[in-house]
Write a protein that binds this ligand. Structure first.
Ligand SMILES: [Zn+2]
Length: 330
């Protein structure tokens, strides 16, 4: 005998949150979905693709992106994104995180800042569908990632042969940007004007808020810079209401600088930094020593302004006129 039909319950099953659509893929709520953004075919006929992790939360909230390696040799952002993805439970996430750890895939596989044609991807935004390979990659990122987000965190390091104190660069005149930059909690917050062709400028034109995190040096993992980046990204997500977990408070509030400048080498030679990242310097303080092979012709490089040392060269050989040290004026 068949059992009688079950009476309809008064309780409706909880409706799952709709999937997040990107590049024709439906990323379900409550988990991490990997999406491949195809850029171009390699000479082998296989596709070169940018991997995107879509962490789609079960509750409504903002859509943000975190990107790294727009300069293909600036790699600290890759493990930052890995740790952020490990730390956040998509079942408890409000909103959606688009994680793009290797934007410039062409430069990355060649361990280069640039694309194979020597173009700098961060000077090619917003790009175009039929432009250079850099322009096409920029266009793909703008249409698939930026257009779907309201805010972005773009992770960089110093360029080759230079290192940076962990710092946020953004437009301090925008109140919401300033608020989030302070939430990030990097040691220094530096006001920086928009540069033509950068992701930040192109995204700003589309009305998005962008924070740029600069920390460490190219082609190296810097564990301190990575740790500060992970904490910073999660603090921003918490302040946006995306996560409820406890986040570690920054060691101290960010020092805010509106201006910065480079000190240049007055002669060529071997360069020994005497100042350290994060040092507070006064105008005239020695920050580097440049000497010749026998150590005779010596030139002491001095701070031209008072402030905090936020970047310096790491290469032992410098030429007259090279930028040696970057000082933010507090
Ligand atoms: Zn960069």
């Amino acid at each position: 005998m068949r059992s009688p039909a079950k009476p309809k319950t008064a309780f409706k099953a909880k409706k799952a949150r709709p999937a997040f659509e990107i590049n024709g893929v439906e990323a379900p709520a409550g988990r991490l979905t990997q999406v491949e953004l195809r850029v171009a075919r390699l000479p082998t006929g296989m596709w070169m693709a940018v991997p995107v992790g879509v962490l789609h939360g079960t509750r409504p909230g903002p859509v943000i992106w975190v990107s790294a390696a727009i300069h293909g040799d600036e790699l600290n952002g890759v493990p930052i994104i890995r740790h952020v993805l490990d730390r956040i439970d998509p079942k408890r996430l409000a909103g959606t995180l688009l994680a793009v750890p290797t934007v410039n895939v062409f430069g990355l596989v060649q361990e280069s800042r640039y694309l194979p044609d020597r173009r700098d991807l961060n000077r090619c935004f917003p790009g175009s569908k039929r432009g250079s390979s850099a322009a096409q990659l920029a266009h793909l990122f703008m249409t698939e990632v930026v257009a779907r987000s309201e805010l972005g965190l773009d992770l960089h390091t110093g360029s080759g042969g230079r290192t940076n104190l962990p710092q946020i660069r953004c437009d301090l005149d925008e109140p919401e940007t300033l608020r989030l930059a302070l939430e990030f909690g990097a040691p220094v917050l530096l006001h920086s004007r928009l540069r033509d062709g950068s992701l930040r400028a192109a995204a700003r034109d589309e009305g998005k808020t962008v924070l740029v995190y600069e920390a460490g040096e190219a082609s190296r993992f810097d564990m301190e810079a990575i740790g500060m980046g992970v904490d910073g990204v999660t603090r921003v997500m918490k302040s946006l209401g995306m996560i409820e977990d406890e986040v570690t408070a920054p060691e101290s509030a960010s020092r805010v600088a509106r201006k910065s400048g480079w000190v240049r080498a007055r002669r060529s030679g071997f360069c020994e930094m005497t100042g350290r990242l994060g040092d507070e310097v006064a105008k005239g303080d020695a920050i580097a020593l440049i000497f010749d092979a026998l150590g005779r012709a010596r030139s002491v490089t001095k701070a031209r302004t008072s402030g905090i040392l936020i970047g310096h060269v790491t290469s032992p050989i410098v030429n007259r006129g090279d930028a040696i040290a970057h000082i933010a004026e507090l």
